[in-house]
Design a protein around this ligand. Structure first.
Ligand SMILES: Nc1ncnc2c1ncn2[C@@H]1O[C@H](COP(=O)(O)OP(=O)(O)OP(=O)(O)O)[C@@H](O)[C@H]1O
Ligand SMILES: [Mg+2]
Length: 223
């Protein structure tokens, strides 16, 4: 599948493997000599930079995959909206007495997409599932549609994952979003193999599906 210049990493749910898969894709593209910029514009549950657990945050993991040192400038450039509470961004922002304007979010992402070089791929990790709220009025789907990017959907392989993934696929299609594929990130303790889950999603969803095993690399059949 040809690599688009930019890709939105959407989730069939939260804590499903979006950051793991995005980091794996970053490493895979870099190994092929491609320049990559991975962004997590809205990041919840982020400790302060000096906290030892910062490296485990989405921002910390995406910077590590890009071999970028954790500095205030680098962190702001990856995740300008960071919140301490591990909640949806609208709720996490409210906890801190802050608010998040949808137009600012879309404008910031468009600016980053506009400044990308021709040989650079921009990856934007969304938040939670496809329709998780990002502001009082907008969901992640509104964000994705406003950017007009193709999406890579990340699914798990837990019991119930097939329906979650297919529902997300249908929703994205109904809203005119181009789907570049589905990455099934193997869930811990799943009762069936990721192959079984991936085959069902491919068959019922009519979409290209790749498997990311526990601790594994980005699959060669996606993007
Ligand atoms: N294929 C995998 N192999 C090993 N660990 C994984 C894999 N997929 C996910 N994980 C782990 O599961 C946890 C949740 O994954 P991850 O943080 O990537 O989810 P997420 O969808 O980005 O979550 P959020 O909605 O908070 O952004 C993390 O600890 C991550 O390292
Ligand atoms: Mg994440």
């Amino acid at each position: 599948m040809p690599l688009p210049p930019a890709l939105f990493i959407a989730g069939a749910g939260t804590e499903i493997g979006k950051t793991y898969v995005t980091a794996a894709l970053v490493r895979s593209l870099r190994a092929k000599g491609r320049r990559v910029r991975a962004l997590k514009p809205l990041a919840s549950g982020v400790p302060p930079l000096h906290d030892p657990t910062f490296a485990e945050s989405d921002t910390g993991r995406l910077l590590a995959a890009q071999d970028i040192a954790i500095t205030p400038v680098a962190v702001d450039a990856c995740s300008p909206w960071r919140f301490a509470a591990p909640l949806a961004p609208d709720l996490a922002a409210a906890r801190e007495g802050r608010s998040l304007a949808f137009d600012d979010l879309v404008g910031w992402c468009r600016a980053r997409l506009g400044e990308a070089e021709a040989d650079e791929t921009v990856l934007i990790e969304g938040v939670g599932g496809v329709m998780s709220p990002v502001t009082d009025a907008a969901t992640g789907l509104d964000w994705l549609k406003a950017l007009g990017l193709p999406a890579l959907l990340v699914s798990g392989s837990y019991l119930g994952a097939i329906s979650h993934a297919l529902t997300a696929v249908e929703t994205l299609r109904a809203h005119g979003v181009t789907l570049s594929g589905v990455a099934v990130s193997e869930s811990e303790g799943a009762p069936t193999s990721p192959e079984t889950v991936a085959a069902a999603i491919a068959r019922h969803g009519g979409v290209t599906v790749g498997i990311v095993r526990r601790g594994g690399d980005f699959p060669g059949n996606l993007v």
